[in-house]
Every structure is written in structure tokens, then in C-alpha cells.
Design a protein around this ligand. Structure first.
Ligand code: HGY
Ligand code: MN
Ligand code: MN
Length: 421
């Protein structure tokens, strides 16, 4: 094996990256220092416009698909070869932080900017990607555009998803002018790398610089409706009531009990709506969501059966009608060994300490792994807090993630060049 020439020692600029993070964080910035930038809102449009202008100023061409996914492309020596993509998402939770998603897109932009400033030509084209609706907060489920891209959802199903006000994904996408001409999924990739904050406590607890992400745990979402009867809070005797909220309250406790009964699993009721939601009306209907996760499908199968059984028993005991609807079943994902090796080598080249770990959070990379060699790079976040306005990673931690991303992409690019010799 001829000795491989060393990779160029290109270094990202931590100040530029931090500047981009703080500048874009003002789009939807909240008083508590977080971001509320829900997908397909005008704030999302503003940050998309910012990203498109920044990419074009670096000479990239930006294409947009019909799920609103954005691809900023820098040509390489061989533009007949699918690009190496890197990116994440720019939408946030309602009480999101500055780094979830944004770090992945802006670290990728900084890596591409470093290539441009160095005049370094890669073998394959390189692209920075912004995936639409990763969070799944306004429109369920999560990771919609990357899910359509990977064939997990049809485009029509995704476009018809409604927010709680009844607005469809498709109408909101048209409303901000980001339904592009490219059919989502018809965009081959040679590989995909995603930088993300860990959103958990392990890297910080073990004082590790970089998370070498080996995969993502399995995720299931459900929508549960209990139907009772609206009636007057003052005139309806207690034993005449069909109070839907009592059903919801009992199921919240059951979700918690069932998750605790399976060590390592998690179960969450994150959204609960009470209808009609008036102080002097007994709730006739409640809607709630259930999020369940575990590395093992078999465990989730058991949890699904237990939660469905619990909902039906609660409905029978309280005289309520109940419906349990599965929204997504995302299996556990194991990332690509070659991509992981590029990340491991890149971290070592910069002298960063590493820890291998499975992601507890879902990410676009979990779907993209179905259609292209994929992996992720984690950086620590303070106290493991995320989906919270206090979410924080330092300038140095963000820069480390971007540096490893750049070197991993260069290493993977060299592997592609060798494979095409
Ligand atoms: O749900 C998740 O894990 C991701 O934050 N969308
Ligand atoms: Mn995210
Ligand atoms: Mn998130």
C-alpha cells in the first residue's frame, strides 16, 4: 500500500463559526437566550435566506427540493460523483437552544468556507444541507424531510401533515416560498456527516472532547385521544361524569411506569391538549402524544403493547372512548464503519479525546443512513441540557466539532478518490 500523502492541515476559524452561531441565534431569539424558530414560519424563512446568501457568497449553488431541504453545493474535481454532504437543521423547538441543529449546519458552512479560503479542491463535490422540520414540534413527526428523502414517508403524506391550527406542511412550505423544484430524495449522496451537540450528559461527565456516534436508538411516536362528554362543572354530579382528562392523567402515569419498568428505556408525554379547555366545563376530549425510545425494537414492541393495553383499560374504567395511533416507528440505526473511521482519525489528528456512544436523540442522519454512508460527530453540552433555552456548548467545543467534521470529510474524500483510481 503506497503511503498516503498527509491530509492538508486546514483549520476552521472558531471566531467565524461562533459569529455565525450568535448571528443566526438572533433570528427567533428569546429573552431567556434560546431560540423559538418553528419550522416553515417566517423566522424559518429568515434563517433560510441567511443560509442561502452565506452559501452563495462562498460561490456555492443552492438547490431546494419539494420538501424544502436546501443543498449548498461546491464543485470538486469529479462532479459526476455524488457529493459528500454535511449538515443538520435550522428549525428549533419552541423553547429551543442556540446549538441544536444550528451547530450542524453552521459547522458545515465553516468547513466549506475553510476549503474555499484555502483554495483547496476536493475530489468529490461537497454540499452543506439544511433539512426541513427535523424537530417535529409544529408538524409531527420529527425528521420529516430527511424521512421523505430516505423513503420512510411519501411526499404527499408529509405535505398533508397538519399543525395544531390545521395548517398543512405543504401550505406552510409554499407560504415561505421554499418548496423547491427538485423531487425530495432524487439527490444521490456519497456520504453524509452531521455534527450535533450530544444533548445528554456523558461527554461532559467523562471530560471527552468528541463523541464518535455509532448509531441512534429506536424511536416510536403515538397520538392518543380520549373522548368523554363536555358538561357543566357545577351541575353534573361526580358519578355522572365522563371526564376525558382523568383518562389522560392516568395514561401519563402509565407511560412513566412502563418506561421505568424497562431499564434504559424512556417514555414521555410531551403534548396534552384539553378540549374545550374552559374552567367550568368538564373536558370531553383530550389529545396527547407519547414518545418512546430504546436501543431494542423488541423492548419497544413490549412497551407498545403495554401502553395500548393501559389506554384501553383506562378508557373502559372511566367510560371513555379511546384511540391510540402510531405515527412513526424509526428502527435503531447503526452508522457506516468507513465514515466512523474517518471521524475517529480526524479526532486523533487534532488530539481530541473521544467516546463512542449511541445517540439517545433522533437526527436526520438516522434516516439518511438508509440511503448513504452516514455518521455523526457529537460535542459536549453543558449539564447535558437541550430542548431548553439554557442549552450551551462553548466556542472551543463547537470549533472542535467543526474541525473534526472538516478533517473527516477530507479523509472520506481521499477514500473516494482512491476508490475511483
Ligand atoms: O426527537 C428528537 O430526538 C429530535 O430532537 N428531533
Ligand atoms: Mn437536532
Ligand atoms: Mn432537537
Amino acid at each position: 500500500m503506497t503511503s498516503r500523502p498527509p491530509l492538508p492541515n486546514l483549520r476552521i476559524d472558531p471566531e467565524r463559526l461562533w459569529g455565525d452561531l450568535m448571528e443566526t441565534a438572533r433570528i427567533g431569539g428569546t429573552a431567556k437566550g434560546g431560540i423559538c424558530r418553528l419550522t416553515l414560519t417566517d423566522l424559518d424563512r429568515q434563517v433560510r435566506d441567511w443560509f442561502k446568501a452565506a452559501a452563495e457568497s462562498l460561490g456555492c449553488t443552492v438547490t431546494i427540493d419539494d420538501m424544502g431541504a436546501m443543498f449548498a453545493r461546491r464543485p470538486g474535481q469529479r462532479n459526476d460523483i455524488p457529493p459528500i454532504a454535511m449538515g443538520s437543521h435550522l428549525d428549533t423547538q419552541p423553547t429551543g437552544g442556540k446549538f441544536d441543529g444550528a451547530l450542524g449546519v453552521l459547522a458545515a458552512l465553516e468547513a466549506l468556507r475553510t476549503l474555499v479560503r484555502a483554495g483547496y479542491e476536493t475530489f468529490a463535490p461537497v454540499e452543506v444541507v439544511n433539512w426541513t422540520n427535523e424537530e417535529g414540534s409544529r408538524f409531527t413527526p420529527a425528521m420529516v424531510a430527511s424521512g421523505v428523502f430516505a423513503g420512510a414517508f411519501t411526499r404527499d403524506w408529509a405535505a398533508a401533515r397538519q399543525d395544531r391550527a390545521g395548517v398543512t406542511f405543504g401550505d406552510a412550505l409554499d407560504g415561505i416560498g421554499y418548496r423547491g423544484p427538485e423531487r425530495c430524495g432524487e439527490h444521490p449522496l456519497s456520504a453524509f456527516f452531521e455534527v450535533h451537540i450530544e444533548q445528554g450528559p456523558y461527554l461532559e461527565a467523562e471530560n471527552k472532547d468528541i463523541g464518535v456516534v455509532t448509531g441512534v436508538q429506536a424511536i416510536r411516536w403515538y397520538e392518543v385521544t380520549f373522548i368523554g362528554q363536555d358538561s357543566h362543572a357545577g351541575t353534573t354530579p361526580m358519578h355522572h361524569r365522563r371526564d376525558a382528562l382523568r383518562g389522560g392523567a392516568r395514561l401519563v402515569e402509565e407511560v412513566n411506569r412502563i418506561a421505568l419498568a424497562h431499564p434504559g428505556s424512556v417514555g414521555t408525554v410531551g403534548l396534552l391538549e384539553v378540549k374545550p379547555g374552559s374552567p367550568n366545563v368538564i373536558p370531553g376530549e383530550i389529545f396527547l402524544t407519547v414518545d418512546m425510545r430504546d436501543p431494542s425494537e423488541a423492548v419497544l414492541d413490549r412497551m407498545e403493547a403495554e401502553i395500548t393495553q393501559a389506554a384501553q383499560s383506562i378508557g373502559a374504567a372511566l367510560g371513555l372512548d379511546v384511540a391510540v395511533k402510531n405515527i412513526i416507528k424509526q428502527p435503531a440505526v447503526h452508522f457506516d464503519a468507513q465514515c466512523i473511521a474517518s471521524v475517529r482519525g480526524a479526532a486523533a489528528a487534532s488530539g481530541f479525546s473521544t467516546k463512542d456512544l449511541m445517540s439517545g436523540a433522533g437526527h436526520d442522519a438516522a434516516y439518511i443512513a438508509r440511503v448513504a454512508p452516514t455518521t455523526m460527530i457529537f460535542v459536549p453540552c453543558k449539564d447535558g441540557i437541550s430542548h431548553n433555552e439554557a442549552e450551551y456548548s462553548s466556542k472551543e467545543q463547537c470549533a472542535a466539532g467543526a474541525q473534526v467534521l472538516l478533517q473527516a470529510v477530507l479523509d472520506y474524500d481521499r477514500k473516494l478518490a482512491e476508490a475511483h483510481r
